[in-house]
Design a protein around this ligand. Structure first.
Ligand SMILES: Nc1ncnc2c1ncn2[C@@H]1O[C@H](COP(=O)(O)OP(=O)(O)OP(=O)(O)O)[C@@H](O)[C@H]1O
Ligand SMILES: [Mg+2]
Length: 281
């Protein structure tokens, strides 16, 4: 019998997502994926594996791209797949938020970033004074001077914009953060800073983070668990250290081989053919 503590905060079951017709293969077919409060779950996989689609589906955003979605996504026990758009809009930004690969896309190009931040806070029930106070505190926490709120998105660097996006998630006290390759456009030093900020958010607010990346070295240093997607299916979902030390699937091995920092050889081992075996099961 499940207790409150072993109930996942985010629980995906039998999820199928199609962009085309129902007789085409679904691009996401996740039988089960669980994320607990205060946990970092890495979602890895090669390009086209379905990582972004899975993440956007949790936020209820693939509907807008005409996707068909079946199965179950529960967030703190609430079913999202059948939830009305109004409810999802309410949850996005309060309970769950997206940190995109390209943060510029999250801000209006001709509005100061502070306007976006304050609007989001006001929309979610803060008074004007409370919104200003929260925005200033959150900005300070990510190491940016408050006057950066008056800048336009293009007047901030990619790393600075990503900090503003994280500050907004922090100010909104987001409980689930979907970070879709949030650092792939940034250099390694800034990447480390952004990862540290996400970890701080987890520690301060108990935020659960689904961190999407093809960089297994980055995920290994950050995540409790890593799930690897291959052709939309989860082919490995294990503690990060175990997965990196002894990958099961060919595709995981290829991802590791692509990371020079870990120096793991690309040659397939005894598990050759595992992708197809696992995916076809
Ligand atoms: N809006 C869309 N309409 C139709 N097909 C799409 C759409 N978005 C993605 N796809 C397809 O769905 C599959 C999964 O794409 P997705 O973007 O989820 O992969 P990904 O794992 O995030 O890849 P990457 O690492 O390159 O970001 C791909 O075959 C892609 O072409
Ligand atoms: Mg993607």
């Amino acid at each position: 019998m499940a207790t409150a503590d072993d109930t996942p905060f985010l629980h995906i079951r039998n999820l199928r997502v199609w962009y085309g017709t129902a007789d085409s293969a679904p691009v996401v077919r996740i039988d089960e994926l669980a994320l607990f409060r205060g946990q970092f779950l890495g979602l890895a996989g090669e390009s086209g594996a379905g990582k972004t689609t899975a993440g956007l589906t949790v936020l209820g955003l693939t509907r807008h791209a005409g996707a068909r979605v079946t199965g179950s996504i529960r967030l703190a026990g609430e079913e999202l797949v059948s939830a009305p758009e109004r409810r999802l809009r309410r949850l996005r930004g309060t309970t769950m938020a997206l940190i995109p690969q390209n943060p510029a896309a999250a801000f209006h190009p001709v509005l100061p970033v502070g306007v976006t931040v304050l609007r989001a806070l006001r929309l979610h029930g803060c008074t004007r004074a409370e919104a200003r106070r929260r925005a200033a505190t959150a900005l300070e926490r990510v190491g940016l001077p408050a006057d950066h709120l008056s800048r336009l998105p293009h007047q901030l660097s990619g790393g600075q914009l990503q900090r503003v996006a994280i500050a907004l998630a922090s100010a909104l006290r987001t409980r689930l953060l979907l970070a879709d390759e949030p650092t792939s456009a940034l250099d390694v030093t800034v990447q480390a800073e952004i990862c540290a900020l996400l970890a701080e958010l987890r520690d301060t607010h108990g935020t659960a983070v689904l961190f999407i990346s093809h960089d297994l070295a980055l995920l290994a240093g950050l995540c409790d668990r890593i799930a690897v997607l291959h052709q939309g299916r989860v082919i490995e979902d294990r503690p990060a250290a175990d997965l990196v030390a002894a990958p099961w699937a060919d595709c995981t091995r290829r991802l590791l081989a692509a990371v020079p920092r870990l120096g793991i050889p690309a040659a397939p081992g005894p598990g050759e053919g595992r992708d197809e075996e696992a995916a076809g099961a």
